[in-house]
Structure formats: structure tokens, C-alpha cells
Design a protein around this ligand. Structure first.
Ligand code: ARG
Length: 262
């Protein structure tokens, strides 16, 4: 009998190792048992998630996931991390969800399960008002600041630009305003908010070029294997897109809304 038990235990351990250390994604039951949804976020990304002086995080994505938590009957717990740590933390199961204006890409899909996108965004080029750079073509051979781990960084590297990457968005902005780089590439709606805030304090010093670099859908990120949980969250979020709640949230934050393509 003892022998049988040890064999059984050995088989179970082997099975766990073979199936990837027992990491099988998150289920609705896991979340409800924990009573909370643990969300990794880099809150330097207005109007999606922005850290306030009182330590709270506000924004469009915060409000969407608040509604999701309400629907699931769980609390929302935010873990603030640098953007480059969001996806690895979700992939390892440390966090349940990644909420960071995350663009869905084929490369990321290999290690991450995404919800359906809820909006479309683009990469914008920001330069100083006196810059000779007037279009994408003028960027050739120039130095560009980006946030580490973003699609902006990937895009600029793929296109052969000299890239200066920063963990925090504010430092990527600072590199431009202090003349360390020639341009800053960042998602369009965040660019609009940060440039408006900067110019309000410093005069009309930064401009966003009309020409966007890419179009990218935003979604929330989950650990692979969380299909049942993600199906439920898709149902909730798609409902909020279809009934106009998401568009109204963009309006609340003064941001133009572009619906995802079906
Ligand atoms: N959308 C871009 C990406 O997925 C940038 C996201 C940056 N997000 C942030 N919270 N700082 O790479």
C-alpha cells in the first residue's frame, strides 16, 4: 500500500512538471475564491491609468475593470509596476490581469491570452516646437525616446532608429524636453494628455505630428490557459462596448474613441 502511495505521488509530481509546474491559467472559481482580481498596472498612462497625488489610480481602464469586478462579485487589487514587468508578471501567474493600455500583437499573443480589444490607438511622434522634424520621413538617423517594453520601442527598433528607452513614460518625455533625443514616440491619446499638461505649464513647447506610426488595438492581458475566465470578461467588456459605456468613458476623459474593428 505504502509503495502504491509513493508511486501515485511520484506520478502526480511528474504530471505537474510535465504540464508546466501546475500553471494552468486562472479560472472564475480561482478569482471568486480569492475574492479579488489582482491587476498589474503601470499607472503612467493617462487617460487609461494615472497615479494621483493621493496614491489612487484613475482612468478609463480602471473604470472598465471596476465594472468587471463588480460583475464577478470580487474586489479590485492594483499592483503598480513598470510597464516592462506587467506582461511577465501576468504570464507567470503573479497577477491575474495586465491593465496598461496594452497593445495586442502577434508576438505577445504567443505568451499571453488577450481579451477582445475594446478600442484602437496609434503611435504618435512628439517633437519640440522648434524641431526640424516635420514628418515620419525626417526621423531617419534621429534619436528617439520610448518607454521600455512597449510597442513604440519595438517599432522604432524594427525600423532602425536609434532608441533611448526609459522605464517611466515621464522620463521618456524628459529626454525630449531636455534635448537628449530628437523625438518621443508614444501612444496617441497618452501623448495628447501629457503634451497638453506639459504645454499648460511651460508654454507651447511640444507638438504632436499629424502622421501616426501604427494602429494598435488595446486589450487586457491574462495568463495562457485562462480561457473560461477571459470568455466571461469578454462577455462583460463587449457588452460595455456595445451599449456605449466605453465610448461614454472616453468622453468623460476627453479622449476621442475609436471602436475596435470586428
Ligand atoms: N500600447 C503600448 C504597448 O502596449 C504602450 C503601453 C504603455 N502602457 C503604460 N501603462 N505605460 O506597448
Amino acid at each position: 500500500m505504502k509503495k502504491l502511495v509513493s508511486i501515485l505521488i511520484a506520478v502526480m509530481i511528474l504530471a505537474t512538471v510535465v504540464t508546466g509546474c501546475g500553471k494552468k491559467g486562472k479560472t472564475i472559481a480561482d478569482i471568486q475564491k480569492a475574492g479579488k482580481l489582482v491587476i498589474a498596472t503601470s499607472p503612467d498612462f493617462p487617460p487609461f491609468e494615472e497615479l494621483q497625488n493621493d496614491g489612487s489610480v484613475v482612468g478609463i481602464e480602471v473604470e472598465i475593470l471596476e465594472m468587471v469586478c463588480q460583475e464577478l462579485g470580487v474586489e479590485m487589487e492594483l499592483a503598480q509596476v513598470d510597464f516592462e514587468s506587467v506582461l511577465p508578471g501576468v504570464q507567470s501567474g503573479k497577477y491575474d490581469v495586465g491593465m496598461s493600455g496594452i497593445s495586442v500583437t502577434e508576438k505577445r499573443k504567443k505568451n499571453t491570452l488577450f481579451t477582445d480589444p475594446y478600442c484602437l490607438a496609434a503611435q504618435a511622434i512628439v517633437v519640440t516646437a522648434d524641431s526640424p522634424i516635420k514628418s515620419k520621413a525626417d526621423l531617419e538617423g534621429k534619436k528617439i525616446s520610448v518607454q521600455t517594453g512597449t510597442t513604440a520601442e519595438q517599432f522604432c527598433m524594427d525600423n532602425g532608429y536609434t532608441v533611448d528607452a526609459f522605464a517611466a513614460n515621464s522620463d521618456a518625455e524628459l529626454a525630449l524636453t531636455t534635448g537628449k533625443v530628437d523625438a518621443w514616440v508614444i501612444d496617441d491619446l497618452t501623448a495628447a494628455e501629457m503634451v497638453t499638461a506639459y504645454n499648460a505649464e511651460n508654454g507651447e513647447q511640444l507638438i504632436i505630428l499629424d502622421e501616426a506610426m501604427t494602429t494598435e488595438p488595446y486589450a487586457f492581458a491574462f495568463m495562457k490557459g485562462s480561457d473560461e475566465l477571459v470568455a466571461k470578461i469578454n462577455e462583460i467588456v463587449n457588452g460595455l462596448v456595445e451599449d456605449g459605456t466605453v465610448a461614454a468613458l472616453f468622453e468623460k476623459y476627453n479622449a476621442p474613441y475609436t471602436a475596435p474593428t470586428k
